[in-house]
Design a protein around this ligand. Structure first.
Ligand code: SAH
Length: 501
């Protein structure tokens, strides 16, 4: 097997500002090498056995020297692995992507580059600043602010040219040299009152924009404690922000919303909150516990030859089943005669990672849809194996039993995750949590049990949103004040309860 490297631009931070091609590279990777500016949530899209290597740099303190990063990438590819190198923004905009490509070429390693949305353009956009505009700037210049100490004798940057182009100037990595940058531009003739924007954590929920002028910007930045990553934008396009700022005007911009995750995943809630500009903080209150020494599962695996279908309804179910096969010194060939069904695309990806393409994948990820897809093809002769969670819904098994023989084997159960206490308390202590959502009675109970009653005062300034009357009652019984209840028990209505204050 031949390895390959994808140098992928991960965009400026907003989760959805990633290319489809970039997402494919993340999903296919055996190894992902990523740094500080790439949104870590992308790692959730990777295969379950994908290796993650953090090579982050926090401005001046390099965690890993570039040579070492090059080495890791090249070595992993030589082992025959698919390596995805995730870089913030675009890999070729001050990302040293060119250097990594050169090393790969020299070592005869196959590589591809996937461009990304650079912060130098996309970051400005989310601050309401168009990098060009017919009335303001007909060119733009993206400049490194990471100046070498000896720039007097050996000027890397032609300040005179920059000061006089009239185009928008964007400095990356420039916070530490802001004084030098502004002084040089003024010295070479750029008007002192030229507007400057400092955009920190652009496109993220914690985006912060400070407006100043060229002569005052350094002082302002010190006063406001501006830190990297920050974009420095110089030019009159900055004034358009008042009109074009859409991102910070989103209904949930700047709001931290804690989501206590239940058995039914909360991903659509997370996505809606992000679309509205909010910052979802997911708190898993439940963990998966595998049933150990699962003799029942071993028994059915030994009798796989009698089965015609295997139904896998979660990533956990896939992992446990295939790990057991491996433990019994079997592999995917044991399923050669069996049709394998996944509950949704994500489960199908996990199955594929184990060497099998799922035969049945419903469009929507619910038991009802899987049942609809299956009932067309099943006959009374079929025999179905469903290894799954102990506390799973009955629907699928019951309905399928109306058609043929179904064997359900419990392989794991979800239990309250008390180990999350410190993590949750740390978030409640460190951040302003504006809202906490509870989508079921059990999530309220678990949440209170995890943090402990004595810590309930830590959420007294957060507004609690409940999905309905039953959940609200449970909350009140546990001394949790409910600020608002969703009109109906849906994710949409939870979001509405937050947005429509
Ligand atoms: N390849 C990246 C740039 C890497 S250099 C790109 O195309 O965006 C790192 C610098 O980029 C940071 O110091 C900062 O100036 C800028 N930067 C990257 N992402 C940013 C973000 N989300 N907000 C503000 N600045 C960002």
């Amino acid at each position: 097997m031949k390895g390959k490297v994808y140098l992928v631009g991960a965009g400026p931070g907003d989760y959805k500002l990633l290319t489809l091609k970039g997402l494919d590279c993340i999903r296919e990777a055996d190894v992902i090498v990523y740094d500080r500016l790439a949104n870590v949530n992308y790692l959730k899209e990777a295969k379950s056995n994908c290796e993650f290597i953090y090579v982050g740099k926090a401005s001046s303190q390099h965690t890993l020297p570039q040579e070492e990063i090059n080495r890791i990438i090249a070595d992993k590819a030589k082992e025959g692995k698919i390596v995805t190198r995730l870089k913030g923004g675009d890999p070729y905009v001050f990302g040293r992507g060119g250097e990594e490509g050169e090393v790969l070429k020299a070592e005869g390693i196959d590589f591809e580059v996937v461009p990304g949305i650079t912060s130098a353009i996309g970051g400005l956009c989310y601050a309401g600043i168009p990098i060009t505009h017919r009335d303001h700037a007909s060119s733009f210049h993206v400049v490194t602010g990471h100046l070498r100490a000896d720039d007097k004798e050996n000027p890397e940057i032609n300040w005179n040219a920059l000061a006089n182009t009239g185009g928008t100037l964007v400095f990356l990595m420039g916070v530490a040299n802001l004084k030098k940058i502004s002084e040089n531009l003024i010295k070479e003739g750029k008007p002192k009152d030229t507007p400057v924007a400092l955009i920190s954590w652009a496109t993220r929920p914690n985006q912060r924009v400070i407006i100043s002028t060229l002569d005052e910007v350094h002082e302002t930045a010190v006063r406001e404690k501006v830190k990297p990553p920050t974009l420095i934008v110089v030019g009159s396009v900055v004034n358009l922000r008042e009109t074009l700022n859409f991102f910070e005007n989103k209904p949930l911009f700047g709001k931290n919303i804690m989501i206590t995750r239940s058995r039914t995943q909360s991903s659509s809630l997370v996505e809606k909150i992000m679309d509205l500009g909010g910052n979802p903080i997911e708190i898993p209150t439940i963990k998966i516990e595998k049933i150990e020494n699962n003799v029942a599962l071993e028994q059915e695996i030994r009798e796989l030859k009698d089965y015609t279908y295997l139904v896998l309804t979660s990533k956990n179910a896939v992992d446990i089943f295939f790990d057991k096969l491996d433990e019994m010194e079997l592999d995917a060939r044991a399923l050669a005669h069996v049709k394998v069904c996944a509950i949704g695309a994500a489960t199908a990806r996990e199955i594929k990672a184990r060497g099998i393409r799922a035969d049945v994948i419903p469009k929507r990820f619910v038991a009802e849809e899987l049942y609809e897809a299956l009932k067309e093809q099943l006959t009374s002769e079929d025999k179905i194996l469903i290894p799954r969670a102990k506390n799973a819904r009955d629907f699928l098994v019951e309905k399928l039993r109306e058609i043929c023989e179904v064997k359900e084997v419990h392989t794991y159960e979800s239990v309250i995750d008390l180990s999350k206490k410190d993590e949750i308390l740390e978030i409640l202590n460190q951040e302003r949590v504006d809202y906490i959502t509870f989508a079921s009675s059990s999530t309220v109970k678990n949440f209170v049990e995890i943090i402990g009653e004595e810590n309930l005062d830590k959420i007294k300034n957060s507004k609690v949103i409940s999905i309905g009357p039953v959940t609200s009652k449970t909350a009140r019984d546990l001394n949790v004040d409910v600020y608002k209840e969703a009109e109906k028990a849906t994710i949409e209505k939870i979001v509405e309860a937050i947005v429509v204050e």
